[in-house]
Design a protein around this ligand. Structure first.
Ligand code: F6P
Length: 466
């Protein structure tokens, strides 16, 4: 059996005891690595002044974790610059925030090359290589140029932007050529896949057939849709266990008999946090019966705090929450709770189970696993309602959520009112449909689907429909 080599910007070392605190994706990838045996390779998360040639290696059972530090200039240009200030806003349709700099793009290709050169000596001839996310698109092409003949797959966790948006990227052609060098390219949704296909037809003059076979730039690749899932069973177990935990009980006591609306997102401008606050304000303004009766808790751990746009969103969110509290709070009720910190996954599962509404309204999101975890954590007898943005990849699967347009804050406020008063039977019917799908298509199913295609085992036609 081939070994599996996972390559991603960040590496999640599986320390066994710490498994419970890892995200679902890290757990699933580690499980796949343990099954195949192999290597997880990427950036260590550290910046060092040395020459960045050293590999930090740890082995746990049959899995080796190999990481490299970045020099300050590499971090600045590749991660801070091109990944976080160019590709991230562009892939999330925020052309107004995109910062193009030649040195950023040069740093991006340079660091990808550096990572390739460190990875190559670790490879064995029949390895399966699986590269993840927008930080590392060039690796496929660069590994090929360096003579790598193993099968290489790529999965994009973020959205793939529409043709006109992607064409705004000065390096759009170079990036696309690199993407087409992979054997398999996976997207979260059909929307992303179609946007990619659009570029292939209209800009690259290539073709995509009904099996997802892409011919462009003189090479052939296979593209498909592989919507990522969560570790459904674990989240459900956590939520059952946490229902009576000390923290969940404290939360419930603090609420009294008020209804809780919960949002959990990295503090990122793509998450629609300001519009979300406005929608909640609309609810309080237009349905005054909710005043004193409903609390909105927004949990947003800081993220990429050295990027100026993330400093701005933090200030804006603090101001928006403060504004609502200033306008509506009473001596015995504060409408919004904004927490600028993270919680363990199991704690969140308990919080989700306690919440009447899961409020997930990104302006653009590859998938959004919070939407899925919220549903997995509900009590089947008395489930809450998911209010979900149509611009989250999850909305293409979770059609029984209350789907909203997050830019339309008035309608989103109306949706909150509907969700708060939804009859039990309707809540149960919606929840049952979504939960069944989450059980069928969990994260283990996702890794298996992708790796089956990459290793040439399985071809599931609906993954490749154009
Ligand atoms: O796809 C979303 C993503 O970029 C992940 O790769 C990453 O784990 C997460 O956002 C957090 O971002 P960062 O690694 O930049 O802190």
């Amino acid at each position: 059996m081939s070994r599996l080599v996972i390559v991603s910007n960040r590496v999640a070392v599986d320390k066994g005891a710490s498994r419970g605190s890892q995200g679902g994706l890290a757990v699933a990838l580690n499980a796949a690595l343990r099954r195949f045996g192999g290597v997880w390779f990427g950036w260590s998360g550290e910046v060092s002044n040395s020459t960045a040639t050293e590999i930090n290696a740890t082995t746990v059972d049959n899995v080796a974790y190999a990481t490299v530090d970045l020099r300050q200039s590499d971090y600045d240009e590749y991660y801070f610059g091109y990944a976080n200030r160019t590709l991230w806003p562009l892939f999330h349709y925020r052309l107004d925030l995109v910062d193009f700099h030649k040195r950023y793009s040069e740093g991006y290709f340079r660091v990808n090359n550096l990572l390739c050169s460190r990875l190559l000596p670790l490879l064995k001839p029949d390895d399966l290589i699986w590269v993840h996310d927008f930080h590392l698109i060039p690796m496929g092409g660069q590994l090929r140029q360096a003579g790598c003949r193993q099968r290489i797959g790529f999965f994009l966790h973020t959205p793939w932007p529409a043709l006109e948006v992607f064409r705004a990227l000065p390096q759009h052609e170079a990036i696309m050529r690199m993407l087409c060098a992979y054997d398999v390219v996976g997207f979260q949704t059909e929307r992303d896949f179609r946007a990619f296909g659009d570029y292939i037809y209209r800009e690259a003059g290539g073709s995509v057939d009904e099996n997802g076979i892409v011919n462009a730039y003189g090479t052939q690749t296979r593209a498909g849709v592989f919507p990522i899932g969560i570790d459904t069973e674990t989240v459900t177990k956590y939520s059952e266990k946490e229902a009576n935990s000390r923290l969940t009980q404290r939360l419930m006591t603090s609420l009294g008999n008020r209804d809780l609306i919960i949002g959990v997102d990295r503090l990122d401008y793509s998450k629609g946090l300001i519009q979300r606050m406005s929608a909640f304000q609309h609810l309080l303004e237009n349905y005054p019966e909710n005043r004193g009766r409903v609390v909105m808790m927004q949990i947003s751990p800081p993220s990429r705090s050295d990027v100026p746009e993330y400093v701005d969103i933090r200030q804006e969110l603090e101001a928006a929450a403060g504004h609502i509290n200033g306008a509506y709070a009473e001596f015995d009720w504060v409408p919004t709770r904004y927490l600028n910190k993270g919680f363990a996954r199991h704690t969140l599962a308990g919080f989700f189970r306690t919440s009447k509404i899961g409020f997930v309204t990104p302006l653009r999101d590859g998938m959004n696993l919070v939407a899925k975890e919220y549903i997995a954590a509900q009590d089947p007898e008395d489930p809450g309602v998911l209010v979900l943005s149509r611009f989250a990849g999850a909305a293409t699967q979770m059609t029984d959520a209350v789907i909203v347009n997050p830019y339309d804050v008035e309608s989103t406020g109306e949706a909150l009112q509907r969700a708060l008063h939804m009859p039990l039977e309707e809540r149960q019917a919606r929840w049952r449909a979504m939960y069944a799908d989450l059980c069928r298509h969990d994260v283990a199913d996702w890794t298996k689907s992708f790796l089956d295609v990459l290793s040439g085992v399985d071809v599931t036609p609906d993954m490749f429909v154009v």
